[in-house]
Design a protein around this ligand. Structure first.
Ligand code: ATP
Length: 352
């Protein structure tokens, strides 16, 4: 069931359009993640959804109720939307204890929610800190307290804006795992914003990839990884190899193999995008005439994987490829290696 829906939302600040025709849904009990670089319009979308930013064009629907419609005068105030929000800075009230912060937004008649807070404090390991003030808490504890405060009034939809950005990397990985478990247990419908692809992949049931005010792709994490709609989405997970090629008979030929391009017309000038982790390498003899043979330029161990630069002849030109091989694989510079490519990690798109 769809609990939150945005239809054809546009938004501009001082004549500059920052959200362009965004339509999205968040499904009941799911965590939907808006993923995109700084400034692409993610926070603006959350603020429009929450009623903190006036809708300029489009419609916002919560459950079966229209919350805002720019074509009519409907515009529910933020407090009437049943939305919980947690922003990057947590914004706990400094003069209230952790417990007072959390129960702050619960209406007096909701005795059940005060009971819920007691259980939630136990589950999140905060019970012993209930009477502490925010400045006495660690970043992770403040983060959990802010989350409980957002959840305490039992919102229909929870909005999280970069919820882990204030935590250092080790803590972030631990906290996000705990928070994900907790959110799934409460069953709240969540729309979260992040600029970190790995975080989006870890947290989300569905990822909405954004760039420059638009949604480029809305799909599950495996679909985003294995079926990117364009080079931008393919490159979200790190630099990618690009080999120029022309489509002939529904495929492209490259020095390291042939790739299907059934959806492109013959003669299209294309690019084959291959992830470094999609390349496998085997050592071969110096005078090897095997196809797909390339020359090692350098091999450096990174710890759990080895990073290799490879030189490959492409027609009259040399191109450089980058491979990332699990474990230790350190052939000498100048030695020949045979390249294999995992077809699930290779994508053919028209050249821009
Ligand atoms: P970040 O992660 O850095 O917050 P974001 O993707 O959430 O980025 P937004 O905060 O939605 O992006 O901002 C989108 C664009 O709108 C940016 O160029 C930003 O400078 C601009 N912007 C946001 N709020 C305002 C405002 N109140 N007045 C003018 N411009 C704004």
């Amino acid at each position: 069931m769809t609990l939150l829906r945005l239809d054809h939302v546009f938004h501009a600040f001082d004549g500059q359009t920052v959200v362009r025709d965004v339509s999205l849904t968040a499904e009941s009990g799911e965590l939907t993640c808006l993923l995109g670089p700084s400034g692409c319009g993610k926070t603006t979308l959350l603020r429009i959804t929450a009623g903190l930013e006036r809708l300029q064009q489009g419609r916002v629907t919560l459950g079966d109720r229209v919350a805002a419609d720019a074509g009519t005068s409907i515009d529910l105030p933020a407090e009437a939307r049943g939305i919980g929000m947690m922003f990057q800075d947590y914004a706990l009230f400094p003069h209230l204890t952790l417990y007072e912060n959390i129960v702050f937004g619960i209406p007096a008649r909701r005795v059940d929610r005060r009971q819920w807070v007691g259980q939630a404090l136990d589950q999140t390991g905060l019970s012993s800190l209930a009477n502490s003030y925010p400045h006495m808490l660690s970043g992770g504890q403040q983060q959990r307290a802010a989350l409980l405060r957002a959840l305490a009034p039992e919102p229909r939809v929870l909005l999280l804006d970069e919820p882990f950005s204030g935590l250092d990397i080790t803590l972030r990985i631990q906290v996000r795992e705990e928070i994900l478990g907790f959110l799934k247990q409460t069953g709240v419908t969540t729309l979260m914003v992040t600029h970190d692809p790995e975080e989006a992949m870890f947290m989300a049931d569905r990822v909405l990839v954004m760039d420059a005010g638009r949604i480029l792709q809305a799909a599950t994490p495996p679909e985003i990884y294995f079926n990117p709609v364009n080079g931008y989405v393919a490159e979200l997970f790190g630099p990618i190899n690009r080999i120029p090629a022309t489509v002939v008979s529904g495929a492209v030929e490259t020095p390291i193999g042939r790739f299907e391009a059934a959806n492109l017309t013959d003669g299209t000038s294309a690019q084959v995008l291959i992830r470094p982790e999609g390349i496998s390498l085997t050592v071969t003899e110096q005078d090897s005439h095997r196809s797909n043979t390339v020359t090692v330029l350098s091999a450096r161990i990174l710890g759990r994987s080895t990073s290799l630069r490879l030189r490959c002849r492409n027609g009259a030109n040399d191109i450089e490829l980058h491979a990332r091989i699990p474990g230790v694989f350190l052939p000498e510079a100048g030695s020949p290696v045979v390249v294999g490519v995992n077809p699930r990690q290779a994508f053919v798109f028209p050249s821009r």
